[in-house]
Design a protein around this ligand. Sequence first.
Ligand code: CP
Length: 304
Amino acid sequence: MSKIDMLGLKNVSAERIMRILDGACEMKKLLLSGNKKVNALQGKSVFLMFYEPSTRTSSSFDAAAKMLGANCMSLAVKNSSVNKGETLIDTGRTIDSMAADIIVIRHSLGGAPHLLAGNVAASVINAGDGAGEHPTQALLDMFTITQHRGSIKGMKVAIVGDIKFSRVARSNIWGLTALGAEVSVCAPATLLPADIDRLPVKVCKDAREAVKGAGAVMALRLQLERQSGGLFPSIKEYNRYYGISTQLLQEADKGALVMHPGPINRGAEISSEAADGIMSVINEQVTSGVAVRAALMCELTGRL
Ligand code: CP
């Protein structure tokens, strides 16, 4: 049987997404139980290769793998032979030769997980590639929405902020629309991707229009590390027009969810009142991350 990877949500079927989200329901129960340990992945090896910083994604993969009884190892990229000039493919093949079953990779270059997947026997999970995709973040976002609002079909979801450099936005656009959501996006023209007209979204010039009637409102971090600068006048002005505030949220549907993939820059893309308010599910998204990543690893190894 050929291996299965999770490199992005473009062209992933609604059936596969729902299978993972259904599995995550069981994983969340396990995670929140008094005995968060099963042997579903006993005998399997999971390697984490993070070439970019991470708190949520790396630790939730680690927690999920250990909860399921897998061996989980994290490559300390800064102290690895990458610094001696080893290529991504050679590093990947080295990890693969240790009988890895799953390799989780985050890399600043778009397409790095795809390159790796074509050169190793292990299943590869994209944990974020440049401005490409971040499929497990979108899966956990969709899982969080379904936990609160049931079906995503027909629901309006607003994504506000740096769409251009956001891999989270791209994965959510593919995943949410596969499940039948109507996605509205709002960003300064300089922070919209060049191919925005080919994406299945409604582009709104005014954040109030994007948020109006939405059942979930996603804020995005300004990906300053990927920007060349000069794309907006100042954080203060950006916040005024594109920041998620309690005032802006009054336009949203009753019971709308306030979401953010994290890390948050308070006062830039979201106010503290909105991030910590009763509509916020930002901390719950982190819990969902462990559940969804556990379910995905079971799916990739045929144990879901
Ligand atoms: N949302 C997200 O990917 O967070 P980390 O960068 O902390 O993993």
